[in-house]
Ligand binder design. Structure first.
Ligand code: AP5
Ligand code: MG
Length: 231
């Protein structure tokens, strides 16, 4: 199964991608995570360039983003499918992805749009933290670890961290980028019959249920079983 998750910052793309990965056994690829991994080395000039862009909330240029994504899709774990979280984020990226997949003779099964009000997004982002060891995501009120200071997923202690771009100023810029540059890809996928909208304002479990039901009702899917024969 090949799925794209689209939604504004804080919509729950990462949260739902983590769940889809566990359920379907396919990797979740977040371009944001790929970039954050790249900026860790202070001696890497490309990492420094990317860090400045992430801090500003603008989009990293296509020539860097598309290349990084293409390299990631070449890895063995993507053979049976993948979940894209945060890519594509512009019509030019959607076109580049379509071309890339056509060359591999594979198709996207569904594009899931997570719909959330801007006001709720700011609350979500300001309360977000994650485990620096295994990347499991949490929230100050919506999802705290069972034992304070200990990651539910990997058991690491005092490993929680907050993102540098999760500040009020950058969030405003990221939201603006979503509305002006990313939202235009919704009609692009609607025209291809792939777009399924879910209510991202609902609780996390309900959102997961809605996504699973959207995937099941997907008639363009390349991995779905053939219809049952009767009689
Ligand atoms: P990226 O890392 O993708 O950030 P983003 O799109 O801004 O999205 P977030 O990761 O902030 O939110 P999310 O939707 O994953 O929400 P989450 O599940 O964490 O990109 C960062 C930057 O990288 C970009 O600004 C850009 O500069 C660059 N970049 C990335 N991709 C690019 C591309 N393709 N091209 C160019 N540049 C690119 O949830 C948020 C919080 O809410 C969590 O605390 C969670 O616990 C909580 N929560 C989740 N769901 C619910 C729910 N249903 N109810 C209550 N709380 C919830
Ligand atoms: Mg994310």
């Amino acid at each position: 199964m090949r799925i794209i998750l689209i939604g504004p910052p804080g919509a729950g793309k990462g949260t739902q991608a983590e769940r889809l990965t566990k359920k379907h056994g396919i990797p979740a690829i977040s371009t944001g995570d790929l970039f954050r991994a790249r900026v860790k080395d202070p001696n890497d000039p490309l990492g420094l360039e990317i860090k400045a862009i992430l801090d500003s909330g603008k989009l990293v240029p296509d020539e860097i983003t598309v290349k990084m994504l293409a390299e990631r899709l070449e890895k063995d774990d993507c053979k049976n499918g993948f979940i894209l979280d945060g890519f594509p984020r512009s019509v030019s990226q959607a076109e580049a992805l379509e071309k890339m997949l056509k060359e591999k003779n594979i198709k996207i099964d569904a594009v899931i749009q997570l719909k959330v009000d801007d006001k709720q997004l700011v609350d979500r982002i300001s309360g977000r933290f994650s485990c620096s060891k295994c990347k499991a995501g949490y929230h100050d009120t919506a999802k705290q670890p069972v034992v304070a200071g200990v990651c539910d997923s990997c058991g690491a202690k005092d490993s929680f961290t907050r993102r540098a771009d999760d500040n009020a100023e950058t969030v405003k810029g990221r939201l603006n980028v979503f509305h002006t540059q990313t939202a235009p890809i919704l009609p692009f996928y609607e025209a291809r019959g792939l777009l399924k909208a879910v209510d991202g304002m609902a609780g996390m479990d309900e959102v997961t249920t809605q996504i699973e039901s959207a995937l099941t009702s997907n008639n363009g899917g390349s991995q779905l079983p053939p219809p049952k024969k009767f009689g």
